[in-house]
Design a protein around this ligand. Sequence first.
Ligand code: ADP
Ligand code: ADP
Length: 229
Amino acid sequence: VRCDGIVQIYKARDVEVVALRDVDLVINEGETVALLGPSGAGKSTLLWLLAGLLRPSAGRLWLDGIDMGRLDQRRLDRLRASRIGMVLQNPARNLIGYLNAAQNVAFAQRAVKRDRRRARELLRLVGLDGAGDRPAGRMSGGEQQRLALAVALANRPRLLLADEPTSQLDEESGTRVVELIKRAAAAEGTTAVVVTHDTAVSAALSRTVTIRDGRVGAEGRRGEDFVVV
Ligand code: ADP
Ligand code: ADP
């Protein structure tokens, strides 16, 4: 993944909010990045851009050598379905409420060759192999969060994006989720970008990138114009 001079400006009526200012970032295949920063720093915006859910106001985004900004909507949708997995902050939004756990994973696999073995294995790894026929809409927040990760990994994505994926999990489930992300990175070269406030999560991932006020700092950028306070 590569971001070159990414700027994101939201326009709400006559007010403009600059959410990202000239973000340059290179994330290598198989890296697992914890994206940190205070509320309003631009973390979710960066995740949405990487997911192809937003188009940047300026700058370029590359995934596997593909310039995402050059793709028409149909190709971008196909890229998202086949190469990108996302866990939204509200995990219920990743799921179809009236489908059970296995059906949700199967639905995610519609864009690629269906892999029942992988679907079963993912459900086992997130501890939902016993979830049975309960619809996702009736599951607890923690179960939905774990199922959302299984759905996001269903297609062996090149890029996994997760917004606070452990916020509703106890320590043990949180550890399992992190292990699964690291396993996908190690075994399949999945690159992961995880927004988290959980220091146990960021410590377990391979790299930390900090955003403040729309700028990427610390290890995220080579530049000398950045001072970490
Ligand atoms: P974080 O995820 O780090 O909390 P966000 O990416 O959600 O930060 O927000 C970055 C900035 O952009 C904030 O000032 C926020 O208020 C603003 N923002 C986010 N989404 C929108 C939107 N849809 N319309 C207008 N402003 C937005
Ligand atoms: P193979 O991929 O050849 O089946 P692996 O040892 O890589 O062999 O995987 C064994 C099982 O674990 C498979 O069902 C596979 O789908 C599943 N698996 C492998 N890696 C992951 C992962 N990162 N997340 C979830 N399931 C995985």
